[in-house]
Design a protein around this ligand. Structure first.
Ligand SMILES: Nc1ncnc2c1ncn2[C@@H]1O[C@H](COP(=O)(O)OP(=O)(O)OP(=O)(O)O)[C@@H](O)[C@H]1O
Ligand SMILES: [Mg+2]
Length: 237
């Protein structure tokens, strides 16, 4: 893998079983992502955005082709090695945010740091800061069931960024947020991208999210039909 590349996708094909047959969700994708990208996969519902993100995250296996993340070839690696890569270097914001229901906001956000054996003092600082970033300081002790949809999503975002990962995969991160919170969250993510060079790959329908992206990949029917760099005012200066 060349220097500065964070993800390389080559000839990626994904079939899903359907009845006695199969459905072809990705039809041969070739892509390279550089360190520090702020890129979105956009396209109609069912075009393969979530499928592609899941393959990049090593959460699912391709039918053909390969994905390398941070120099590690995912298909040649063990389940444990992929889990280790996610634990150490990746943050996920899922379309359904998968919060742990018996834990508070604080504990949900703290969870990735416990997995990484971050010392208590450092944990407290990072968790408090991430929760403050997403504006949930007053809900720190609440459990997910007591949160609104948007608050749940902001908790998931804090959990994804708390360990300051190298790569964040974000599937519709603003789906449950109102306009003000969407912009607030996107500005936080832009700041992380600028200050820590965290790379982001989004899947989104949201025009508000698109307004922050620097590269837009258009997916239609399991194929990339357009790959464009966009000038974005959020990134000036
Ligand atoms: N586990 C599965 N089994 C069978 N088909 C699947 C499975 N997961 C996804 N698909 C199909 O693959 C296609 C791509 O799905 P995917 O979830 O990647 O779309 P998407 O672009 O993320 O859509 P959306 O914008 O609605 O989230 C869809 O037609 C979907 O029905
Ligand atoms: Mg999706």
């Amino acid at each position: 893998m060349e220097n500065g590349q964070i993800v390389n996708v080559s000839n990626l094909v994904k079939h899903f079983p359907m009845g006695g047959d199969h459905f072809v969700a990705l039809k041969g994708i070739d892509l390279t992502f550089a360190t520090g990208e702020f890129t979105g996969l956009v396209g109609p519902s069912g075009s393969g955005k979530t499928t592609l993100l899941n393959l990049i995250g090593g959460l699912d296996s391709p039918t053909e082709g390969d994905v390398s993340v941070l120099g590690m070839q995912l298909s040649g690696s063990s389940h444990g090695a992929r889990a280790e890569l996610r634990r150490s270097s990746m943050g996920f914001i899922f379309q359904t945010y998968n919060l742990l229901p018996v834990y508070s906001v604080y504990e949900n956000v703290e969870f990735p740091l416990l997995l990484n054996n971050v010392p208590a003092d450092e944990r407290k600082k990072l968790v408090t800061q991430a929760i403050e970033w997403v504006g949930l300081t007053d809900k720190m002790k609440s459990r997910p069931a007591a949160l609104s949809g948007g608050e749940g999503q902001r908790t998931a975002i804090a959990r994804a960024i708390v360990k300051e990962p190298t790569l964040v995969l974000a599937d519709e991160p603003t789906a449950n947020l109102d306009a003000e919170n969407s912009h607030h969250v996107m500005k936080i993510l832009v700041r992380l991208n600028k200050e820590l060079s965290t790379s982001f790959i989004f899947a989104t329908h949201d025009e508000k999210v698109m307004g922050y992206l620097r590269r837009i990949l258009n997916l239609v029917d399991g194929k990339i039909v357009k790959d464009e760099i966009v000038e974005n005012p959020e990134f000036k200066g």
